[in-house]
Write a protein that binds this ligand. Structure first.
Ligand code: SF4
Ligand code: SF4
Length: 247
């Protein structure tokens, strides 16, 4: 499929509109080349009321990057449905309020760079014009910034940027293919958070770490706190970076 990437700024006008009345309704939910982030998985498994391991088994495929050794998660697509997303229905997305980041911002793409000295993040955006998408050319009357505000992506972006930081650290500290043990740790803490929790509370995963009881109580009760902890734990377990374990 040919596509055109058009760089845009947050103050540019959004020349795009989508609604259930468009002739291409749901076409963007087929033939996906879409990676799921840890926070995407947290929201989807909570939406479905299932554990992360069941969600991963039932709805996703895992690929391991041949050069990085990092696990990458994508939706399991069924050729019998023209590779449709498992959550698309005739009426639209069945997990709409918890849809993944890339679905929220489509047809925008977001990339970031991080200043090495200050850690400050710079965002870049581009419109992805694909032939199947007929929403282009209509002026929604909004700027890119206003349109993005309506997609509720602030927390998604903040959590996804933490994943990007992990990947960037991996490339700096452990270039080349990650060994399978470290790859499994990355998968466990980033994607299979309910099993990660089980290994913390029923196993010996945190042996040697002095985790305050208040932190343990938070990660036991709250998925977002657990994911945040897991991302920091990967830095500790793979790269030797101390975890900030305040109360
Ligand atoms: S999660 Fe929803 S919006 Fe995203 S591809 Fe699937 S059906 Fe479409
Ligand atoms: S292909 Fe484009 S216009 Fe059509 S439903 Fe998807 S986002 Fe909307």
């Amino acid at each position: 499929m040919s596509e055109e990437m058009i760089p845009v700024t947050l103050d540019d006008k959004m020349t795009f509109e989508c609604s259930p009345g468009v002739s291409c309704f749901n076409e963007c939910c087929r033939d996906l080349n879409q990676f799921l982030t840890p926070y995407d998985i947290l929201r989807l498994k909570e939406n479905l009321g299932i554990t992360s391991d069941l969600f991963l088994k039932k709805y996703t495929s895992v690929h391991v990057g041949p050069e990085s050794g990092l696990p990458v998660i994508s939706f399991k697509l069924d050729p019998a449905t023209r590779h449709a997303c498992p959550f698309v229905r005739e009426t639209g997305c069945s997990v709409y309020v918890d849809r993944p980041t890339s679905c929220r911002i489509y047809p925008l793409a977001r990339a970031i760079s991080r200043a090495r000295d200050t850690g400050e993040i710079q965002e870049y955006f581009a419109l992805i014009e694909e032939p199947h998408c007929k929403g282009f050319g209509r002026n929604s009357g909004q700027t890119i910034r206003e349109w993005l505000d309506g997609q509720d992506v602030t927390l998604h972006n903040a959590m996804n940027d933490k994943l990007m930081e992990l990947i960037s650290l991996k490339n700096q500290i452990l270039p080349g293919r990650l060994d399978p043990v470290d790859s499994d740790k990355f998968y466990l803490a980033c994607y299979d958070m309910d099993t990660f929790r089980k290994r913390i509370f029923e196993g010996d995963l945190l042996d040697g770490l002095d985790v305050p009881p208040a932190v343990l109580a938070r990660i036991k009760a709250d998925d977002l706190a657990l994911l945040d902890f897991g991302l920091a734990w990967v830095k500790y377990a793979l790269f030797g970076i101390d975890m900030a374990l305040g109360e």
